[in-house]
Design a binder for this molecule. Structure first.
Ligand SMILES: [Zn+2]
Length: 230
């Protein structure tokens, strides 16, 4: 299970000694800066893990906390407080960068939930043929043949406008499929946010599959774009 505000570890404030949960940058009692909290990125913003976020509220909170953490405010503070203002700022920046981006946010939340996703679990650069989505096998095979043909033609200085048009069409089609994946992901956000434990587990599985498909499709679109633009 993920850490939520409810289950966050209670710690005592270094300054006023009153206990608070380990997810806050500032003591709720004496307002003093705290060491980098051990909770997740959501808790930095006082949120529970969820996928549909109010991005303008997130941005406002980011700016508010950034201002409060600004090193100038700690010019006359204790050495520890100075160090924490830098460490907390770095954490806040990482958290904001991750949560404001829909894909990064989704991947982050799935990783919190223990899913195996991300670069270390998939083909890093080129399209990995072993992960071709089953419904696209034939089209991907054709596309790869055409890409190879195009590269050969380019190498010997040939112009093949029919092949070029066909590749441009394929690019359009796969870009469309990519958009469809993003819409499906958005639908899963709501399913996860509003679902019970069982619904969440099912939704997580679908999101992992959608992210794999997305990764595959975006590599494909990139390959076509590169070949056409070469
Ligand atoms: Zn305090």
């Amino acid at each position: 299970m993920f850490k939520t505000l409810d289950s966050a570890v209670p710690v005592a404030c270094w300054s006023c000694s009153i206990g608070h949960n380990d997810s806050t940058l500032f003591c709720p009692h004496c307002s003093k800066i705290q060491p980098p909290p051990g909770g997740d990125y959501f808790s930095v913003f006082g949120l529970k893990p969820r996928l549909e976020l109010d991005l303008s509220a997130l941005e406002q909170e980011f700016h508010r906390l950034s201002r409060k953490l600004h090193p100038d405010r700690f010019a006359r503070a204790l050495v520890n407080e100075k160090e924490w203002s830098l460490a907390d700022t770095a954490l806040l920046n990482d958290a904001y960068r991750t949560l404001k981006d829909p894909l990064r946010r989704t991947e982050y939340l799935l990783k919190l939930e223990g899913a195996e996703i991300g670069e270390e679990h998939s083909g890093k650069d080129r399209v990995d043929p072993s992960r071709v989505p089953a419904d696209l096998l034939e089209e991907v095979f054709d596309l790869n043949m055409q890409l190879e043909e195009m590269r050969m033609a380019r190498k010997i200085g040939d112009e093949d406008s029919a092949l070029e048009a066909s590749l441009a069409e394929a690019k359009e089609k796969f870009s469309g499929l990519l958009k469809a994946v993003d819409e499906d992901l958005r639908a899963e956000w709501r399913a996860w946010d509003e679902g019970n434990e069982l619904a969440r587990q099912a939704s997580q599985k679908r999101m992992v599959a959608l992210l794999d498909r997305r990764h595959y499709l975006s590599n494909l679109v990139r390959d076509v774009t590169e070949t056409l633009g070469a």
